[in-house]
Design a protein around this ligand. Structure first.
Ligand code: ACO
Ligand code: PYR
Length: 540
């Protein structure tokens, strides 16, 4: 059966940039545009040229893409012609083949926000779009507040759509700007527009996630007939974000009836890069990836419960709606107090540890994990700590070194400019290859600021491990989380540490104690031991 073409329009670099706390540099925008192009979206909305220096500079530096690079702007302002509107001129000057203009499609906004008449607004839409077309560009019209407008005055909302089409728009995108329209309402409005004579091949959908139904709303619009879908990577966007393309794309590509009815520009091979693309964006924004993100989250294919793990080991289809490899993600069978022997065997196999089914160490490890979780440890995320524990119980963890003692001090004192500053200092004594080594480290960043006692401890511990030093030199601590939790009857501190190395590996470790320094040290120690268990030569 011939599949219909569905066009993907990415607005990560425009609406995604409207996310609170997000501020892309030009270089970051270029990198994201290249990743979007590799993924196979049809349009990349690069920003609003003229609105800020970064967006203007991006269009000058924009990479050559197979996707249509699109400049965004708004319809001409009241009281001037499209030809004489300086804001519109700057958008056109970016020289993109496609230009998207936003305009109001709700009479209330026309009167309240723009302060013009309904007729003037229709004229503004028509003339602005016509000007874009006259300049030889493909025109997209974002019908702002379309669904709210359609709910109170369908005739006027549709007149705005008609004005854009009369002006020559290739696409009119129906926007749920405030994100409050539910999927059923979106479907009914789209059906009404199509029944009124606008072909679905000229319509797009742009939703926001204010009711956490942006993806569902977009799918409802496609089902009702639109053929262009807008969204952003990881659901970035104004307020609660836009429709999340990292959820929408795999749903369209892998799930019936979508994959049977439609084809997009995203190939099966490119889809396998989806998780990597999502993580790249988080890394660019210095954000910790959302574990529970559909398809691409670290927990999206994690099977924690014993019953799930038992079945997964027999056949992954028992608890997975799609194969994680198809989106470049991986199956995880974590250990926790919800686990059974199946989780344990699965997890050990993943770590490359072959263990006989009847190995007496297995129930011991399971018991130890459950007992330690009752004390406050959490092994389902701290998988490297689990691995260290299991290797030790199986007698497969070399004694790389022994920590004899450690000490950390924090001093608050005046510097030479008479300003109070902190200085953290740590001393760690380890025994390696029969030799005692004492390392002292301060915790200073490049600017001379104090990075705290845990940083000082980490530096001291990783300063001189003798023959093992080369194996840990490329290690760095990338995330540190502290939580007060219940350990049995007492409150204890749980520290989780994420580390990374030059091979691009990232691993998590945990430490628990009533004392935050001890908890941190335990997590640091596990991080180093895990790394050595992978990369270091065996002792002796
Ligand atoms: C729904 C969306 O997310 S659309 C995308 C919104 N994105 C942004 O706003 C980010 C980029 N924006 C900006 O940098 C600035 O707002 C600029 C450069 C575009 C305009 O800045 P300013 O000229 O200082 O105007 P300001 O932002 O205060 O207000 C917007 C003006 O545009 C008018 N306007 C809003 N939408 C439209 C439209 N579709 N067509 C014409 N005029 C419009 C408003 O009525 C207001 O006019 P007023 O100042 O006469 O009241
Ligand atoms: C255009 C746009 O971003 C909106 O209406 O939400």
């Amino acid at each position: 059966m011939m599949r219909e073409r569905l066009y993907l329009y990415d607005t990560t670099l425009r609406d995604g940039q409207q996310t609170q706390g997000v501020q892309f540099s030009v270089a970051e925008k270029v990198r994201i545009a290249e990743a979007l192009d590799a993924l196979g979206v049809d349009y990349i909305e690069g920003g609003w040229p003229g609105a800020n220096p970064t967006d203007s500079a991006f269009f000058e530096a924009a990479p050559a893409t197979r996707a249509r690079m699109t400049a965004f702007g708004m319809t001409k302002r009241a009281g001037r012609s499209a030809e004489n509107d300086d804001v519109l001129a700057r958008v056109l000057n970016a020289g993109t083949g496609t230009v998207c203009l936003v305009g109001k499609a709700h009479a209330y906004h026309v009167e309240r926000a723009l302060g013009i008449t309904r007729e003037e607004n229709l004229e503004s839409i028509r003339r602005s779009v016509a000007h874009v077309v006259a300049e030889g560009r493909e025109a997209v019209f974002d019908a702002e507040h379309f669904f709210d407008g359609h709910a109170v005055d369908p005739a006027y909302a549709r007149a705005c759509v008609a004005a854009a089409l009369e002006g020559g728009a290739r696409w009119v995108v129906l926007c749920d700007t405030n994100g409050g329209t539910l999927p059923g309402g979106i479907a009914r409005a789209v059906e009404a527009v199509i029944a009124g004579g606008v072909p679905g091949e000229r319509l797009g959908i742009h939703t926001h996630d204010d009711t956490e139904t942006a993806v569902a709303g977009s799918l409802a619009a496609v089902e009702a007939g639109v053929r262009q879908v807008q969204g952003t990577l990881n659901g970035l966007g104004e307020r609660c974000g836009n429709a999340n393309l990292t959820a929408l794309i795999p749903t369209l590509a892998l799930k019936a009836p979508w994959c049977e009815r439609f084809e997009t520009g995203v190939s099966a091979g490119a889809l396998e890069g989806l998780t990597r693309t999502s993580r790249m964006l988080d890394e660019t924004l210095n954000r910790v990836p959302r574990r529970q993100a559909a398809y691409v989250g670290a927990s999206a294919f994690a099977h924690k419960a014993g019953l799930h793990a038992s079945a997964i080991l027999k056949d992954p289809a028992t608890y997975e709606h799609v194969d994680p490899a198809r989106v470049g993600n991986a199956r995880v069978v974590p250990m926790s107090n919800q686990a059974g022997l199946s989780n344990l065997r699965g997890r050990l196999a993943e770590a490359g540890l072959e263990v006989a089914r009847d190995d007496p160490a297995l129930p011991r490890i399971l018991e130890e994990v459950k007992a330690r979780e009752a004390q406050g440890y959490s092994y389902d995320t701290a998988q490297a700590s689990f691995e260290v524990l299991a290797r030790r119980a199986l007698g497969r963890l070399p004694d790389f070194f022994e920590v004899k003692r450690y000490k950390v001090t924090v001093e608050r004192r005046k510097n030479k400019h008479d300003r109070m500053v902190s200085l953290s200092e740590a001393v760690v004594v380890v025994k390696v290859d029969g030799e005692k080594k004492l390392s002292v480290s301060e915790s200073m960043d490049a600017a001379g600021g104090d990075r705290g006692p845990v940083n000082a401890l980490a530096r001291a511990l990783a300063k001189d491990l003798g023959p093992y030093q080369p194996a840990i030199d490329d290690m760095r601590l990338v995330d540190f989380k502290v939580r007060v939790t219940q350990g049995g009857t007492e409150a204890v501190t749980r520290v989780m540490i994420d580390s990374e190395d030059g091979h691009g590996r990232r691993w998590s470790t945990v430490g628990v104690s009533a004392n935050i320094v001890d908890a941190s040290f335990e997590a640091l120690l596990d991080a180093i031991v895990w790394k050595l268990s992978r990369d270091a030569p065996a002792p002796g």
